[in-house]
Ligand binder design. Structure first.
Ligand code: ATP
Length: 331
């Protein structure tokens, strides 16, 4: 039986993790969960929100399903998510955004894959306080990281039968750093003549995404723009409750939703488990459990399309448990 690391996280993490585990169990998925706690509560007991055992578990199992984890603020801890991505060299953050039937939004026929560089840029948190009145943040962009994320984006475009890869930067202002990112994307694009290559500035992209999102296909971006733009694209299809993601490295893959720990709705049985469930479905496909993955996906999409049982973020009034039971009923 395959062992997968499971990080239930905090905030709404444990609630949505329980929902997903029960759906997978009902679908008779044979997985041995290696449960690893991390986050603010763990920091109080173990002195760090990301104990080494979590990293070791993922290194051993190679695959993890991860709910959101909160990093305690102001205590000098590095972001758990950033540290995890860095430690495991999870260089590609993939965030597909496609309309789901039954979720009404003003935007139809959206089908975008955000490919976000995951290891450097301003997100690395290299900051310096110059004095009380001045702070600096260092934006590092390297040829190695930019080339490998561009290669990932083009390979993905080929595999998924996509037409276009858009490189997204602010290279007119960050001429050297974003300029290098763009140079690498362009170079890689020349090895993929069957895929159209386009460049766009991130501000222009944001405007066009809310005017004409159908025009976009695969987007490849440096870390920070990728973070921001993928929340925007999640909004196009109905919000964070349904936005899935995956962090891919050479050896390991960690599947995690785009959303954070949503402390405002923690413990209220209100959270939408769809994003984490979609991550779990994607994780099952990754470990070649396609039949089970398709079965769960079908049940999930049926419940959403019927629309009688919906969580509050999608305009309904059902609880997490009611939504979960409905999916189980439809398996
Ligand atoms: P982070 O910085 O950790 O990404 P954040 O502060 O951007 O987190 P989230 O925790 O993702 O924010 O939450 C943003 C909003 O979306 C909140 O109002 C939250 O309740 C809502 N939200 C996030 N995830 C879900 C979910 N799974 N179900 C329902 N609502 C959600």
């Amino acid at each position: 039986m395959k062992t997968v690391t499971l990080i239930p996280g905090d905030g709404i993490g444990p609630e949505i993790t329980e929902a997903v585990q029960s759906i997978l169990k009902a679908a008779d998925v044979q997985i041995n969960w290696d449960i690893q706690t991390a986050g603010a509560d763990v920091a109080q007991i173990e002195g760090t929100p990301l104990p080494n055992r979590v990293i070791e578990s993922i290194k051993k199992n190679k695959v993890a399903l991860k709910a959101p984890v909160t990093t305690p603020i102001g205590k000098g801890f590095r972001s758990v998510n950033v540290a995890l991505r860095k430690e495991l060299d999870l260089y590609a953050n993939i965030r597909p955004c496609k309309n789901i039937k039954g979720i009404e939004t003003p935007f139809k026929d959206v089908d975008i894959i955000v490919v976000r560089e995951n290891t450097e840029d301003l997100y690395a948190g290299e900051e310096e306080k110059v004095n009380d009145d001045c702070a600096k943040s260092i934006k590092t962009i390297t040829r190695k990281a930019s080339t490998r994320i561009a290669q990932y984006a083009f390979e993905l475009a080929v595999k998924e039968n996509r037409k276009t890869v858009w490189a997204v930067t602010k290279a007119n202002i960050c001429k050297l750093s974003d300029g290098l990112f763009l140079e690498c994307c362009k170079e890689v694009s020349e090895q993929y003549p069957s895929i159209e290559y386009k460049e766009i500035l991130v501000d222009n992209l944001c405007m066009q995404l809310v005017q004409n999102p159908q025009k976009f296909d695969v987007l490849v971006l440096p870390n920070l723009y990728g973070d921001i733009v993928s929340d925007l694209t999640a909004g196009l299809i109905g919000g964070l409750g349904i936005a899935q993601g995956a962090n891919i490295g050479i050896d390991c893959a960690v599947f995690e939703p785009v959303h954070g720990s949503a402390p405002d709705i923690k413990g209220q049985n209100k959270a939408n488990p769809t994003a984490l469930l979609l991550c779990a479905i994607n994780m099952l496909k990754y470990i070649n459990e396609n039949e089970k993955a398709n079965k769960i996906e079908k049940a999930l999409f049926k419940v959403i399309e019927e629309g009688d049982v919906k969580t509050a973020d999608l305009g309904g009034s059902s609880t997490t448990s009611e939504f979960t039971s409905e999916i189980i009923k439809n398996l």
